[in-house]
Design a binder for this molecule. Structure first.
Ligand code: IVH
Length: 693
């Protein structure tokens, strides 16, 4: 019993630390599969001993049964807003105004933080335990969304985070009373209320929409609305499925303890406690320096992994800032320097229909080229045909387009007022644009499908997915090569990859000895990938990375999985009846069975090695990278994953602490900065060199 209890505590501690490394530091040291296994173990003990479950257990993040409404929560201090400044002149005017109010402001220093376009939340910690979380509401009273917030893994359920160095100490350290976060001299207030901004990163938003698209479901319109909708869910189990994260930037209330007076030190203090704090924040001694920094961000803002609509400039001395008072709801001691809008209008010249991996037909907008923040935009996302109908978007319309970070620009609305009468309504196609077979609409789904399993467009997408970095990771096999091989009749399914001959490749345009050998070696190497990657690569509807991992927790190899019944599958946590049906149905298709047979004959017999990945040395641990520009074959997201997987860290801006700037074409101010600071600049091939060193 005591042993089990100790095991429980140690699992919780380990899980908290890994959760922190993954969601706050962005530097995981174990695989997701290993994390899931530990969580599974914790849940098993808690199922045996429900009396041991505490609200801060890592198991308590999965979402609670639905509520009927949100209770009201009064805020301990008003949750204020910010006045805006549009440009340097406005900012100087703000500073002059407050200097006149109090001459000490002349000597002030500044903390600047990206202004995230998300949703404000207010989090209460009592004796270090996260006890309540609220929306902003009217600034005085918010709504209790504690259950939803608990599902956000970046929110610590208890503070301070126990640092690795403290491991090995006997027993649990007492968390409060005289306890301090490591490296600071402040006693933690028993009632601490912090404020932050909940948001969804561009990468997570794209991945979410990709999943929706593949499942034939509606795609979300933008990260902010999606985050807002998720926070307002009465069923927190739904919130748990949305990729929300947050940054904390303000201490709203601290009772019974001490906190630093400087905003810059407060950010550091919050970080020490284990909160996620934006690493792109800076401190400056004078206003002109601050303005130069902010102006520099205007070009780089789109490279931030999240949407920022400006930079917040804060007088660093909080007592001084607070003493300046407020106008309306805006504190005088801070200002939001807003970036220019990223929305423009242009003409929708045409709509092209693309065929996805599962046959989903997606409309893409062909635009009259238009510049948004230095980039010429020609195409945009139109979500689905329902969206086009709902918004009454017609070919020839003037449309409002937004460009945000790394996501593909998207159409917000059409401007009906400027119509000439020549515009044409859009109808879903009745035949697939790639294979001309009739299109089908599945009841209850928004998507239209090409159901021809031999459709070449689908085959190309399927193989692209199979070879991608999240699946079999066949290096050097980009979309162009896949299309080339399919068009040459060399690939009829993914298994044909493993019987490709060198002569076949050499007969193709652009292939020489070295390229052919490298590709074949990479294909051969991929045979060693574990089961979860093969499962991800097969492209079974609903089976992405995380479901594939759940499956490998229960089935050690393909044969075991093939023997599973619908019920066996449904009994697995994280797998519902729809996915179970999709897996069973997939296995019944004759062509899929043949393909598995071919894979087996080619020597692929992968086993689940959940969690073993972390055993590989993380060679780039301690190295910090910044990525900029367009890389020859990898997207920036892929490059980031590549670096993270090797233990490196990726940050948004170049500083003296940066080890490498990974620069592609059209690298802008970051390249200049790296050169000025003497930071090593490498290209994509430089990554591979580092890897092989
Ligand atoms: S400070 C009194 N800092 O922007 C302090 N706000 O337009 C006021 N926001 O309501 C807020 N990032 O939701 C602050 N680093 C940041 C922020 C930030 C985003 C949001 C916040 C606020 C809105 C004001």
């Amino acid at each position: 019993m005591i042993k089990t209890r100790q095991k429980l505590e140690s699992l919780r501690k380990t899980l908290r630390q890994h959760n922190y490394r993954y969601h706050v530091l962005d530097a995981p040291i174990i695989s997701d599969g290993e994390y899931d296994r530990l969580l599974h173990e914790l849940k098993a003990i808690e199922a045996e001993h429900p009396e041991w479950i505490t609200p801060d257990s890592p198991s308590q993040r999965a979402g609670a049964p639905p509520a009927s409404k949100f209770d009201k929560v009064p805020h301990p201090a008003p949750i204020l807003s910010l006045a805006n400044a549009f440009g340097a002149e406005d900012t100087r005017a703000w500073f002059e105004r407050i200097c006149k109010m109090d001459e000490r402001v002349n000597e002030a220093t500044f903390t600047v933080e990206p202004k995230l376009d998300g949703l404000t939340v207010v989090l209460h910690y009592r004796d270090g335990i996260f006890v309540q979380g609220a929306t902003r509401g009217d600034g005085m009273i918010g709504e209790d969304i504690t259950a939803n917030l608990k599902t956000i893994k970046a929110i610590p359920l208890r503070i301070p985070i126990e640092k690795k160095e403290e491991r090995g100490k006997k027993g649990q350290p007492s968390l409060f009373a005289e306890n301090r976060p490591p490296n600071t001299e402040y006693r933690i207030p028993p009632h601490l209320v912090v404020r932050g901004e909940v948001f969804i990163t561009h990468a997570d938003f794209s991945a979410l929409n990709k999943r929706q698209e593949e499942a034939g479901e509606k795609t979300y319109l933008n990260p902010r609305n999606t985050a807002a909708g998720a926070l307002r869910q009465l069923d927190s189990r739904v919130t748990a499925t949305r990729p929300l994260t947050l940054f904390i930037y303000q201490i709203v209330y601290a009772e019974g303890g001490e906190i630093p007076n400087s905003q810059w030190e407060r950010l550091e203090y919050l970080r020490e406690l284990g909160f996620p704090v934006n690493a792109d924040s800076r401190h400056f001694d004078e206003l002109e320096e601050t303005i130069r920094f902010v102006d520099g961000w205007e070009d780089d803002r789109l490279e931030l992994p999240y949407e920022a609509d400006g930079i917040v400039i804060k007088i660093d001395d909080r007592t001084l800032a607070d003493s300046l008072g407020i106008t309306g709801k805006d504190p005088r001691g801070s200002i939001a320097y807003k970036f220019p809008s990223l929305e423009v209008t242009t003409t929708l010249n045409d709509i092209q229909v693309e065929v996805g991996r599962t046959g989903v037909l997606t409309p893409k907008a062909m635009l009259e080229p238009v510049e948004i923040n230095g980039v010429i935009v020609r195409n945009a996302t139109l979500h689905n045909f329902d969206f086009i109908a709902e918004k009454d978007i017609r070919i020839g319309d003037r449309v409002l387009v937004k460009r945000a970070g790394e996501v593909i620009p998207y159409i917000i609305a059409s401007i009906a007022e400027t119509r000439s009468g020549q515009e044409r309504p859009v109808r879903p196609p009745s035949n697939c644009p790639a294979c001309a077979e009739p299109v089908e609409k599945i009841p209850d789904e928004v998507a239209y499908y090409c159901v021809n399993t031999a459709c070449p467009a689908q085959l190309i997408r399927n193989i692209e997915h199979f070879v991608s970095r999240t699946a079999m990771d066949i290096v050097g096999m980009g979309g162009k090569i896949v299309a080339q091989l399919v068009e040459a009749g060399l690939l009829g399914d993914v298994a044909d990859l493993y019987t490709l001959q060198k002569e076949d490749l050499l007969a193709l345009e652009g292939f020489k000895e070295k390229k052919a050998t490298n590709l074949l070696t990479a294909i051969e190497e991929s045979k060693k990938q574990p089961l979860e990657r093969l499962l991800t690569g097969l492209g079974i509807r609903g089976v992405g990375e995380s479901v594939a991992r759940d499956l490998t927790l229960h089935f050690a190899d393909l044969d075991a999985l093939r023997a599973a019944t619908q019920l066996d599958l449904e009994n697995i946590e994280g797998i519902g009846p729809n996915i179970a049906t999709a897996i069973v149905d997939w296995g019944l298709v004759a062509h899929n069975q043949q393909m598995l047979g071919k894979l087996h004959d080619a020597g692929l017999n992968p086993v689940a090695i959940v969690g073993v990945q972390h055993a590989a040395p993380l060679r780039w641990e301690g190295l910090t990278f910044v990525i900029t520009g367009t890389l020859p074959t990898m997207s920036r997201k892929e490059a980031k994953e590549y670096i993270l997987a090797r233990g490196g860290k990726v940050t948004g801006s170049v500083s003296k602490k940066t080890d490498y700037l990974l620069a592609g074409e059209k690298a802008g101010s970051k390249l200049a900065k790296a050169e000025a600071l003497g930071v090593k600049v490498i290209g994509e091939e430089g990554l591979e060199e580092l890897e092989s060193n």
